[in-house]
Design a protein around this ligand. Structure first.
Ligand SMILES: NC(=O)C1=CN([C@@H]2O[C@H](COP(=O)(O)OP(=O)(O)OC[C@H]3O[C@@H](n4cnc5c(N)ncnc54)[C@H](O)[C@@H]3O)[C@@H](O)[C@H]2O)C=CC1
Ligand SMILES: CC(=O)C(=O)O
Ligand SMILES: [Mg+2]
Length: 477
């Protein structure tokens, strides 16, 4: 097992050494002087003159990576073939695969799973389309669809570059909730074409998880698909994020003894996630909520080209505050960041009200790093896995779709979202709750079960469930 340093950084350098020109000790000492620590050596090939080795080098600071590679590159008798790291290696060839559920060992198996016998199954579904749920992958499969236009906080990096995120979401669906999810990245950012394409592929799926589609197109795409399809369509960046944010806030507010109604809340980044997070807080009772985007606070006295912002401004900012983020954050009790990294400094946080709650949720780099303000905030959360209090939609989407698939919900409605938020928040008991533990871990196996139970109950009560499932999940991971 390769050792990792505190910041988790290690690189693997594949190099070719001319053994008559340089010996391995010289290479090791150069790497050590440049700040690297060789923790594993694999000999890939060797002959009298040349040896090819993989060196796994632990690096204390990510900034040293380049220096180490340059140092090795400049050594006489050494050429670098490739530089990789464990993250890239994990992505080689993609992160998921499709596997058959039963082997095809002989002609009899072949004629059952494929032609001719498969025809009887096809005809049964043609006669009764609902049988697709029992006789195909539809009942347990979700499409994770992106157009690559707002990938994490990386922006419009396109559908190919979006694939690693969608594959990651698919892994999480399967591992956490037994849901088979398929990543689909579309080579179009045209609203109508996206809607048409998703409708066209929908027969194979029991649900659609929209991911990383930029605002405002994401709102129209989700609304239309929900109207036009009979399977649930859920824009994860909106509703998954909102559910988890609200769950975290329920617990954070208990810690500081404040109520949603009496707090000043600043939401930065009024895009997909920012709008949905604001909406869930408004429906839970928030009154003094101010949205801020690039041009400053959204206020109803202004006119916006973006109708979503116009509508947002009408419903928020009751005291008509204007100005930049740095102005409106003064005296705020809660900061919610869903914009981009490194927008705030310690000085800005110091202008907030007593016991500030800071949820800096931009990915991969939050609006402010916890290390900068840990000592002056009451509660700090980010979207990242490497800090306490990870407020990330991964806590919601596996359990939400597990529930929606099991009860064959026609949609995912507000009652189901609030039920999921309550399930997440209440998986931390009063005794367990601390400033570093307001939200359960992704690996807490009570979370998916609890979301499933409460969401199914809400779906049944609101009449969107088309089936009463058994007590525990029908389909195990
Ligand atoms: N922790 C979590 O679970 C989640 C985190 N996010 C993060 O939230 C961020 C936004 O995601 P989406 O809403 O999907 O993207 P989006 O593209 O729909 O919205 C981003 C918004 O931020 C605004 N913005 C950009 N720079 C800004 C600045 N300097 N000041 C104020 N506003 C600024 C943009 O104008 C836009 O309105 C991303 O970093 C994403 O990774 C999104 C979803 C879930
Ligand atoms: C977590 C997530 O979905 C995002 O950052 O876009
Ligand atoms: Mg996302």
């Amino acid at each position: 097992m390769i050792q990792r340093n505190l910041d988790g950084n290690s690189i693997i350098i594949r190099l070719e050494m001319k053994t008559k020109t340089i010996n391995f000790g010289e290479v090791a000492s150069a790497i050590s002087q440049a700040g690297g620590d060789i923790v594993a050596i694999d000999v890939i090939s060797t002959n009298q003159d040349i040896t090819v080795r993989d060196l796994t080098v632990a690096v204390s600071h990510a900034d040293d990576n380049k220096k180490i590679v340059e140092t090795v590159r400049n050594l006489n008798g050494v050429s670098i073939i490739n530089v990789s790291d464990r993250t890239f290696l994990l992505h080689l060839g993609g992160k998921i695969e499709i596997a058959p559920k039963s082997p095809i060992n002989n002609r009899e198996d072949l004629s059952r799973v494929y032609t001719p016998d498969v025809a009887r199954v096809c005809n049964a579904i043609a006669e009764e389309p609902q049988k697709a749920y029992s006789l195909t992958i539809k009942r347990n499969t979700v499409a994770v669809v992106s157009d690559g236009s707002a990938v994490l906080g990386l922006g419009n990096i396109g559908p190919r570059a979006a694939m690693p995120v969608m594959e990651g979401k698919a892994m999480l669906f399967k591992q956490l909730a037994g849901v088979d999810a398929f990543p689909i990245c579309l080579e179009t950012q045209d609203t109508e074409e996206i809607i048409r394409t998703i409708k066209a592929i929908s027969p194979a799926f029991g649900g659609i998880n929209l991911e990383d589609i930029s605002s405002p197109r994401c709102f129209e795409i989700e609304r239309r698909l929900n109207e036009e399809l009979d399977i649930p369509v859920f824009h994860d960046d909106q509703h998954g994020t909102a559910v988890v944010l609200y769950a975290g806030l329920i617990n954070a507010l208990k810690l500081v003894g404040k109520s949603l109604e009496n707090t000043k809340i600043v939401v930065c980044g009024i895009g997909a996630a920012g709008v949905a997070c604001s909406n869930i807080l408004l429906s839970a009772g928030a009154k003094n909520l101010i949205g801020v985007d690039r041009e400053g606070a959204l206020v109803r006295t202004e006119t916006y080209d973006n109708p979503i912002w116009q509508d947002y401004a009408e419903r928020t900012n009751p005291n008509l505050q204007t100005g930049s983020l740095y102005e409106v954050i003064k005296d705020a009790d809660i900061f919610i960041g869903l914009s981009r990294g490194n927008l705030l400094t310690r000085e800005h946080i110091m202008t907030m009200a007593k016991d500030p709650i800071v949820f800096a949720m931009a990915n991969p780099v939050p609006e402010i790093m916890p290390s900068e303000v840990e000592d002056i905030v009451a509660v700090m959360a980010t979207g990242r896995s490497d800090y306490p209090n990870q407020i990330n939609n991964v806590l919601c989407f596996p359990g939400m779709f597990r529930a929606a698939l099991d009860c064959r919900a026609s949609e995912i409605n507000e009652a189901m979202k609030l039920a999921a938020a309550t399930a997440i928040a209440s998986s931390i008991s009063d005794e367990e709750r601390t400033k570093y533990y307001i939200i359960p871990s992704v690996f807490n196996d009570r979370v998916v079960k609890s979301i499933r139970e409460r969401v199914i109950e809400a779906a049944l009560q609101t009449g969107v469930a088309r089936r009463v499932p058994r007590k525990s999940s029908d389909i195990s991971g």
